[in-house]
Write a protein that binds this ligand. Structure first.
Ligand code: NAD
Length: 420
């Protein structure tokens, strides 16, 4: 079938789906209905720049399927954003929500922009204009946005405020990942990184390695990477390598996580943290370590990097960090490398977003401990189901996780039937 969805990231999502569909023996006649997004919205967002000129940014929202409930997914502000990438991310969200047992289809949105080139006022204008253009297509029971790369709690608060102004009342259930002061939930900010660290703990148990004897390397030190680093350090894991888009550091004796966090908070990035520990960012992923955590962008582990990995656990905190070609290599290295696939590894974010939505709808707010306990409970449940499927069918961890997600959506579509 020909479609508007093109590019390497969409091809990756399509290719993965096709492998899973083969394994699940889904008839070919049902595959397009499962894979192709229900809706894609493309908008132009004009804003006034500080220099008096007007700039127009392209924005997108893709809603993958409406079978299990509203759609749910982040909003990415990044130069790479195009409709194919957004669609792939929406599709992965669907399998992720289904694996975690959440009543959502997947969605994703984004604007093609380098946020570092905008002033705070320009970012606010763009965020508000994006939400305003999307109002006809979203809603608390239709499609609920959240943050992703390049967006944060502040952007979510602007989204919520803009939507609410048009409704004439406060509708904080329209987005998740908001500040706690504006209807956000305790625990959301750290949820994804904390979930990554919790699952790394479960994987360490499986391979029989104590956290205090383990080392980790993290690529990306934004929301996910920094909280994963903090939580792993609390568990006793030694961080020996870290990078972001400005700098890369490696020290086999260990890096000071608190100092890295303070530096990133003060300067907005890792640039200038240390001269002694500076390292080649192209080599960081292949340094020996127990836990490797890509927590930045897609497709960083390709067929050239995969054979060189020297980790025992690959915890995919980013979405789509491993290409299908690299995945084949990892499959051959199954006994050496324990993969925590992205749709499981980073699902802490959407799980706590779901808790936030539930609390906003009920206007009944939970304490942090309750949020974190429920988060760990759902993660443990998903981890257990993935491990059971691996054991039963002798498939890779990724295949098991994706199969559970795809199977759930396929069964729901089959039982609902085709309207009219
Ligand atoms: P963020 O914008 O807060 O941070 C991204 C980090 O990646 C920054 O430190 C940036 O400098 C770094 N980075 C960018 N390009 C890089 C490169 N080429 N090499 C090394 N570092 C690079 O984003 P985030 O919210 O932390 O998201 C990171 C990843 O996790 C994305 O793939 C996102 O889709 C995924 N994710 C995020 C959440 C969430 O709740 N934030 C949930 C699930 C998945």
């Amino acid at each position: 079938m020909s479609s508007i969805y093109t590019g390497p990231v969409f091809e990756m999502a399509r290719n993965q789906f096709s492998h899973v569909a083969d394994y699940l023996e889904i008839p070919h006649s049902q595959r397009d209905r499962l894979l192709y997004p229900k809706r894609a919205i493309a908008i132009s967002c004009p804003i006034n720049l500080d220099n008096g000129e007007t700039a127009v940014f392209q924005g997108y929202r893709v809603q993958h399927h409406l079978t299990l409930g509203p759609t749910k997914g982040g909003t990415r502000f990044a130069p790479s954003v195009d409709v194919g990438e957004v669609a792939a991310l929406a599709i992965w969200m669907s399998w992720k929500c289904a694996l975690a047992g959440l009543p959502y289809g997947g969605a994703k949105g984004g604007v093609t922009v380098d946020v570092h080139s905008l002033s705070k006022r320009e970012l606010e204008s763009l965020s508000r204009r994006y939400m305003q253009e999307m109002i006809p297509f979203v809603g608390p029971y239709i499609d609920v946005m959240a943050p992703d790369m390049g967006t944060n709690e502040q952007v979510m608060a602007w989204f919520m405020d803009t939507y609410s102004m048009y409704q004439g009342r406060t509708v904080n259930e329209i987005v998740t990942g908001k500040p706690v002061s504006s209807g956000g939930t305790e625990g959301r900010r750290e949820a994804t990184g904390l979930g990554v660290a919790h699952l790394v703990g479960r994987a360490l148990e499986k391979i029989g390695l104590e956290p205090a004897k383990a080392t980790a390397i993290i690529q990306g030190f934004g929301n996910v990477g920094s909280y994963a680093a903090l939580e792993l350090a609390r568990q006793g894991v030694t961080l020996i390598g870290v990078s972001d888009h400005t700098a890369c550091y490696y020290d086999p004796k260990g890096l000071d996580v608190d100092a890295l966090l303070k530096h990133a908070e003060k300067h907005g990035s890792l640039r200038g943290f240390s001269t002694e520990a500076a390292f080649d960012p192209n080599e960081i992923l292949s340094q020996p370590c127990d836990v490797l955590i890509p927590a930045a962008i897609e497709r960083v582990i390709d067929e050239k990097v995969a054979p060189k990995l020297r980790c025992r656990i690959l915890a995919e905190a980013a979405n789509g960090p491993t290409t299908p070609e690299a995945d084949e290599i990892l499959d051959q290295r199954r006994d050496e490398i324990f993969v925590i696939p992205d749709i499981l590894c980073n699902s802490g974010g959407v799980i706590v977003s779901y808790f936030e939505w539930v609390q906003d709808l009920q206007q009944l707010f939970w304490r942090r401990a309750e949020v974190i306990n429920r988060l760990k409970d759902l993660l443990d449940d998903a981890f257990g189901r993935v491990m059971a499927r691996v054991e039963k069918d002798k498939v890779s961890h990724r295949m098991a996780a994706m199969a559970i997600g795809v199977d759930k959506v396929a069964k729901a579509k089959a039982t609902r039937g085709l309207f009219p």
